[in-house]
Design a protein around this ligand. Structure first.
Ligand code: 4NP
Length: 163
C-alpha cells in the first residue's frame, strides 16, 4: 500500500552506547535514500540504569567523525513497545532474551531479531558491549552497526516495496 510505514526499535542494555548509535546510523541511511516518511525509528534499553541520560560521549564522538549525529535521551523498553513497533532489533543475545521475555508477558506482535543477523561479515551474533572498553571498541561497534544497518535497510526497503 502506498504510504505504508515500518516502525523499528533498536534495543541494547543502557540505551546510551549501541542502540542510540544504531538508531542514528539507520536514520542517516534512511535519509540518504529519501525514505524518511516510510520509517519510524527509535531506541531503548532493557535496563533502567541510564534513564534520562544523553548518549555516551564516546558513541557521539566516534559517530561525529563519520558525519553522523547521535542525540536523544535514554529510556527503558516497555511492554507497549512490543505492541507498537513492527521490528525490535536487539544488539546482543542477552537483550534479545530480555525482549522476548517481556513480549511473552504482553500480546505484542513485534518481530524480534538480532542486528547481526544482517551483518554481511558476521562471525558473531552480538554487537559487543563497548561500555567498559576503550575508544577502539566504539570504532569496531560503529563498523558493525553501519554494515548491518545497510543490509537491514535493504531488506526493509524491499518489504515496503512489496506492501
Ligand atoms: P549500551 O552500553 O547497552 O550499548 O548502552 C552499556 C551502557 C551502560 C552499561 C552497560 C552497557 N552499564 O553497565 O551501565
Amino acid at each position: 500500500m502506498p504510504g505504508t510505514k515500518l516502525s523499528i526499535l533498536f534495543v541494547c542494555l543502557g540505551n546510551i552506547c549501541r542502540s542510540p548509535l544504531a538508531e542514528s546510523v539507520f536514520r542517516h541511511l534512511v535519509r540518504q535514500r529519501g525514505l524518511e516518511d516510510r520509517f519510524e525509528i527509535d531506541s531503548a534499553g532493557t535496563s533502567g540504569y541510564h534513564v534520562g541520560d544523553p548518549p555516551d560521549a564516546r558513541s557521539v564522538a566516534t559517530a561525529s567523525l563519520r558525519g553522523i549525529e547521535v542525540a536523544g535521551v535514554s529510556r527503558q523498553l516497555v511492554a507497549e513497545d512490543l505492541r507498537r513497533f513492527d521490528y525490535v532489533i536487539a544488539m546482543d543475545r542477552e537483550n534479545l532474551e530480555q525482549t522476548r521475555r517481556l513480549q511473552k508477558r504482553t500480546n505484542g506482535s513485534a518481530r524480534i531479531h538480532l542486528l547481526r543477523e544482517w551483518d554481511p561479515e558476521g562471525t558473531d551474533s552480538d554487537v559487543p558491549d563497548p561500555y567498559y572498553g576503550g575508544p577502539r571498541g566504539f570504532d569496531d561497534v560503529h563498523d558493525i552497526v553501519e554494515r548491518s544497518c545497510e543490509a537491514l535497510l535493504d531488506d526493509l526497503h524491499s518489504e515496503l516495496d512489496r506492501s
